[in-house]
Design a protein around this ligand. Sequence first.
Ligand code: DAK
Length: 262
Amino acid sequence: MNYNNILFSVEGSVAVIKFNRPQALNAINPDVLKDVNAALDEIVKNPLVKVLVFTGEGDKAFVAGADIKHMVTLTPLQAREFGRVGQELLFRIEQFPMPVIACVNGFALGGGCEIAMSCDFIYASEKARFGQPEINLGVIPGFGGTQRLGRRVGNSMAKELCMTGAIIKADEAKNIGLINRVFPAETLWEETMRTANLIASKGKTALKGIKDCIDRGSDMDLINGCRMESDAFALIFTSPDQKEGMSAFLEKRTPEFKGDLY
Ligand code: DAK
């Protein structure tokens, strides 16, 4: 399928969605949301894909937010619909049945920071900048920023960032726990793909189990979370990956994971 607002590719077992409106610093409008949803549809139909990476085209931005030119004239009902569609997409990314990495190459502001936070983890270049500057436009975050930021960095830090609209550098984002790692701009892509390919060499069923257990467990008490983990653990014993992984260890060879319960 051809896309106007993203670049979509599959490199081995890794799918890459690149936001591609560099003239507007990859700002998000409804057409971008449609393109991303369509690419996600393609990925779920492709059994070879095991990891998804989001990044931005150009050397300046991941996504500089929702498109202000689009939003300025919205009626309240249109604004609610834009927010609803965006939030649904971010839930979809968060619950996507494979690991999702945000490779943040520049500005990740507003909706861009929110998209990155819906990914499983964030790698960033030293040039990356993060923030929820909606307050400077007289509005509040609308794609889940008031909810996900506090879950990542604690409510008081989230309040400070959302209330000041401050734009922070990658090393500060790492210090507060918003992102996992910072790399020089020249090596960010290579390092991201190295991790993506490493993860893609693991078993798809076990990867999905880890993602589900960590995400669902964070809303549970410890006992129920551990019970859920036991059930997920048991389920993996119906996958050929469990036999393959354990047999390969005992036979002193590299496992070849092919199983897919999902
Ligand atoms: N939207 C549209 N265009 C944008 C943009 C954006 N978010 N960010 C940048 N651009 C455009 C600029 O207008 C400029 O276009 P031209 O003037 O050349 O036509 C071009 O990209 C280059 O930007 P600059 O010339 O400004 O570049 P600088 O290096 O000087 O500055 C900057 C870079 C990232 C600091 C600056 O562009 C900036 O402050 N951008 C806005 C960042 C921002 O405020 N982001 C948050 C947007 S609000 C909701 C749903 C969602 C949301 C809210 C509610 N519901 C409906 C419930 C989400 C809101 C947001 O994300």
